[in-house]
Design a protein. Structure first.
Length: 65
């Protein structure tokens, strides 16, 4: 298998970490956004960091209007 094929296979298999609403609300990373996140996150869904950041950006855009 070629090196690029191995890299592609690794990237395809690599999965982003997901977090529960509770784990996100307890994290230091999002401590300053807890109120907003507690309102917009669903209890039984898992979120990636990228998804959380996108949700926060959407909320910020709505508040600016």
């Amino acid at each position: 298998m070629e090196k690029q094929e191995k890299i592609k296979k690794y990237c395809d298999e690599k999965k982003e970490l997901t977090f529960t609403k509770n784990a996100i609300l307890q994290s230091k990373r999002f401590a300053d956004k807890r109120d907003i996140l507690s309102a917009i996150l669903k209890k039984d869904k898992l979120y990636t960091i990228v998804e959380i950041q996108k949700l926060l950006q959407e909320v910020a855009k709505k508040q600016m209007k």
